[in-house]
Design a protein around this ligand. Structure first.
Ligand code: VGL
Ligand code: ZN
Length: 216
């Protein structure tokens, strides 16, 4: 399926941050993805196989548009933002907090780029490529092109949000894009995993298992 890994491949590690994992000693867990921490040993092992690893970091200011508290609402509802529907979340990944830090078990010393996203108060960014208006670029496509990185393997959190939109945009922007399913976990709101799987199928984004790379 993947053939051998190439020097033009990159592993894109999405949002493996304390707030998306179960809390450890009271740190993190603000928007814990069930079993979010289970992906970490798999991602650490995968990263060793890649010459190029890029990390993304959800990085929100206070009163961010995606926070339910900003709108005096309960989490997991939606609002109509100027750029379309926006799901409301518990406050998470506040800039420069421990919740926004990478999980301490994530061990990828050779990661080359940390791409922060969601740092503008009035627009969220699930995708590592385009903010939620689907037009404002983060710069990642330019970075990858300039460095001749043409094939992307996506892992991390959450499968049905930031991994989903990053994969779809990556593919649309011309990168060969593959999702490593057992190295991702979902928030799992109603229908979100089924919708993600459908979106990947119609975009021709393969879902593979980590064993296909770790024990080919
Ligand atoms: C994410 C919800 C809000 C994610 C980020 O990383 O999937 N989900 N912010
Ligand atoms: Zn967020």
């Amino acid at each position: 399926m993947t053939g051998n890994l190439q020097p033009t491949d990159a592993l894109l590690v999405i949002d493996v941050q304390n707030d998306f994992c179960p809390a450890v000693n009271g740190v993190g867990g603000a928007l814990a993805v069930p079993e979010g921490d289970k992906v970490i040993p798999i991602i650490n092992a995968l990263a060793k196989k890649f010459d190029h690893v890029i990390l993304t970091q959800d990085w929100h200011p206070t009163q961010h548009i995606s926070f339910a508290t900003t709108h005096n609402r309960q989490p997991y509802g939606t609002i109509e933002a100027p750029y379309g529907q926006q799901t409301l979340w518990p406050e998470h990944c506040l800039q420069h907090t421990e919740g926004a830090a990478f999980h301490p078990a994530l061990d990828i010393p050779h990661a080359e780029l940390i791409l922060r996203k969601g740092f503008r108060r009035h627009i969220d960014s699930y995708s590592a490529f385009l903010e939620n208006d689907h037009r404002t670029p983060t710069g990642l496509a330019g970075y990858l092109r300039e460095r001749s990185l043409t094939r992307l393997f996506l892992v991390g959190l959450a499968y049905d949000f930031c991994v989903r939109y990053s994969a779809i945009d990556g593919k649309t922007l011309g990168f060969e894009t593959i999702v490593i399913e057992d190295a991702a976990r979902a928030v799992n709101l109603p229908n979100t995993v089924a919708e993600t799987n459908r979106a990947f199928a119609s975009a021709n984004i393969p879902r593979i298992q980590s064993s296909e790379i770790l024990a080919p």
